[in-house]
Design a protein around this ligand. Structure first.
Ligand code: COA
Ligand code: AMP
Length: 653
């Protein structure tokens, strides 16, 4: 098969490959497309005039699940492991492990696809997946891909209102869920959350429930009138579904991510461009191929989970490892390293916050040194910037005995679906610069612009943008909202996609991504909208208005802080208010949106037209000197706000 075999030859060095990808993208991606199995191969490679963004492989058809499963079985590799599932949550103190070969996974996928077809699900229908980190999540996603249904996975840590917002927007015919998720502090019951979300969204979708042993004997859903179905029952006699060829440009999934407002953005991914880009990335960035094990220690609810737990490893015939558990405390800070050793993991991909959690629990990495990590080719990090201190610890302490195993920071977003900047290990391993996500990945024409849209000099911070067209695998739009796509991404700097991140290039062309330049807060590698936290806080009876910003957090990178103005005449004890606001944010968004800091202020600085001066508030919170904005409504408010912030500035601990 075309995507198998020899390692990438060393003459394919980074720089010429990158240049070719920009000078002749059609030729570059036509070559990459040869590694994907098509039903109708692409005649045309790209339609740049397509709205809202360029369309890749517009005349081709294929099926993503065939590329992830059937083709490897046809090549005689059906008995190789496709999915290794490890849970440190199922039985406390134990690592419970299970493996599905490509043939076994295909059998499960095809029968679940058959069950969905039997329920009337058709190509183009949406299916919401609200599942914990169990193999059924992978089965469900690939089964949707098999019949051309569009999945929308919602992270299990989101509360009912967030799930409802996604159901309202995606309008699914089916919801796939489980009894619940296993968290260290408690078992989370999903069914009441799903029930409440369906009510909030006014949805009539059918729900299939994977019943987990930790929740006791299987429930009988007979009284639900066919609305709620048991997973095992539904699939028992289902016929295996044949793959449905879809247009390469048809949507594979919608994944919601936080924007600057409370309403999440439904990022749409296609089938063909996605398969081509992810396949290319496995060889050229991650250096993982057939028969090798990749472990993305993320969650299927995030983009990293979509791309590098589910799709990319399987597309190239590699084995994916799926982990239900935490980096620390389940049972200890050595669990990652034991799994790497036992499952012969070649590439581990995690978030810097997980490394910081491990470092805090095991500063000398004694537990890592007890494990044999010699099979580890690389440790990749993303989700937030890999700060130099964490990088140094990982490289010098954790991997002290394995200097040949690089620690690679790489930068990407839900929208791009795969890395924008990386150290392309499979192509050419470049020197590492701590604090930098290395160099632009082929296909991404990155520029750093000032507020007027002029390129800035090396070493100068500015807005990071990507020249259009974006490469394959990136978003093809926002679900049902082209206007928001334009407003969010292409209006600010015509001809460019606005990443929302700021940073700078150094003299060697290495990009340093410093953080968000908008109202998105990155906490523990998760993206949270300041707007949705504000909506939860503002709903409290005592609150007149509020502004939420991110403040540095030693473990989680950033955490939300709420500045709150109380309604006139309201008296409330600060600790009571704080506890109530924290509880509201948990109920409305989920436990992951942990609000820690609440500061009551007399007024928020605003413009004369009444807009809250968020950028100024962010700068003051960060301790920066700010000039009085020309548009300020009342300079005294700003001065009083600065004084209050100075007194209450969080420590970052
Ligand atoms: N379902 C339900 N609840 C969840 C959840 C899920 N999938 N994931 C997290 N939560 C809950 C936790 O139980 C916790 O609840 P609690 O406050 O009642 O205890 C809360 O959300 C906060 O969780 P988290 O942010 O994970 O903090 P933590 O202190 O439990 O763990 C880390 C800290 C660093 C170990 C953890 O944040 C981590 O592993 N981060 C890595 C993130 C990651 O992989 N991101 C992907 C980017 S590539
Ligand atoms: P998400 O869409 O949830 O994956 O979050 C994407 C955002 O996370 C980016 O816009 C960045 O702000 C941040 N991010 C992800 N990876 C990195 C990285 N390696 N360096 C810096 N920021 C990152």
């Amino acid at each position: 098969m075309a995507n198998e075999g020899a390692p990438v030859s060393t003459e394919h060095e980074y720089r010429p490959v990158y240049q070719t990808s920009l000078v002749d993208p059609a030729e570059f991606w036509a070559a990459a497309a040869e590694h994907v199995e098509w039903e109708v191969p692409p005649g045309k490679i790209v339609e740049p005039a397509h709205r809202p963004v360029a369309e890749w492989f517009p005349d081709a058809t294929m099926n993503t699940s065939v590329n992830a499963l059937d083709r490897h079985i046809a090549a005689g590799r059906g008995d190789l492991p496709a999915l290794i599932h490890v849970s440190s949550m199922a039985k406390p103190g134990e690592l419970v492990t299970g493996t599905l070969t490509f043939s076994e996974l295909l059998d499960r996928v095809a029968r679940f696809a058959g069950a969905m077809t039997g329920l009337g699900v058709r190509a183009g229908d949406r299916v919401v997946i609200y599942l914990p980190m169990i193999p059924e999540a992978v089965v469900a996603m690939l089964a949707c891909a098999r019949i051309g249904a569009v999945h929308s996975v919602v992270f299990g840590g989101f509360a009912a209102p967030e799930l409802a917002a996604r159901i309202s927007d995606a309008e699914p015919v089916l919801i796939l869920t489980a009894s619940g998720g296993l968290e260290p502090s408690r078992n989370i019951d999903y069914l009441p959350i799903v029930q409440q979300a369906l009510e909030l969204a006014g949805s009539k979708a059918t729900v299939i429930v994977k019943q987990r042993p930790q929740w006791g004997p299987a429930r009988d859903f007979a009284e639900s009138g066919g609305r709620w179905l048991d997973w095992a029952e539904t699939v028992r006699d289902a016929p295996a579904a044949d793959p449905v060829p879809v247009a390469a440009s048809d949507p594979l999934y919608v994944l919601y991510t936080s924007g600057t407002t409370g309403k999440p953005k439904g990022v749409v991914r296609d089938n063909g461009g996605h398969a081509v880009a992810l396949t290319w990335s496995m060889r050229n960035i991650y250096d993982v191929g057939p028969g090798q094990v990749m472990w993305a220690a993320s969650d299927v609810g995030w983009v990293v989970g979509h791309s590098y737990i589910v799709y990319a490893p399987l597309l190239v015939g590699a084995t994916t490892l799926m982990y239900e558990g935490k980096p620390v405390g389940t049972p200890d800070a050595g669990v990652f390293w034991r799994i790497v050793q036992e499952q012969k993991v070649r590439v581990l991909f995690t978030a810097p916050t997980a490394l910081r959690a491990i470092r805090r629990a095991d500063p000398d990495a004694a537990l890592a040194h007890r494990a044999d990590l010699s099979g580890l080719r690389a440790l990749f990090c993303a989700g937030e910037r890999l700060d130099p201190a964490t990088y140094e610890w990982a490289a010098d302490v954790l991997l002290a005995e394995h200097p040949e195993c690089p620690v690679v920071d790489h930068w990407w977003q839900t929208e791009t679906g795969w890395p924008i900047c990386a150290n392309p290990l499979g192509l050419q391993q470049l020197p590492i610069k701590p604090g930098s996500a290395s160099v632009p990945v082929p296909g991404f024409r990155i520029r750093v612009l000032d507020a007027e849209g002029n390129p800035v000099a090396a070493g100068t911070e500015g807005n990071i943008v990507i020249g259009l067209p974006l490469p394959p695998g990136t978003l093809t739009g926002l679900w049902n909202d082209d206007e928001r796509f334009d407003r969010s991404y292409t209006a600010a700097f015509p001809g460019h996609y606005l990443t929302g991140d700021s940073g700078y290039f150094d003299e060697d062309g290495y990009l340093f991504v410093l953080g968000r330049s908008d109202d998105v807060i990155n906490m523990a590698g998760h993206r949270l909208s300041a707007g949705s936290i504000e909506a939860a806080v503002a709903g409290h009876a005592a609150v007149a208005e509020c502004a939420v910003v991110g403040v540095p957090d030693e473990l989680k990178g950033h955490r939300p802080l709420a500045y709150v103005v109380l309604k006139a005449g309201v008296e409330v004890a600060p600790e009571e208010l704080k506890a109530e606001l924290i509880a509201r944010v948990r109920e409305q968004i989920g436990a992951i949106a942990a609000l820690h800091d609440v500061v009551v202020v007399t007024a928020l600085p605003k413009t004369r037209s009444g807009k809250i001066l968020r950028r100024t508030i962010r700068q003051i919170t960060a301790g920066a000197e700010v000039e009085m904005p020309a548009t300020i409504e009342d300079p005294a408010v700003l001065t009083a706000f600065e004084d209050r912030v100075r007194l209450t500035r969080p420590t970052g601990a």
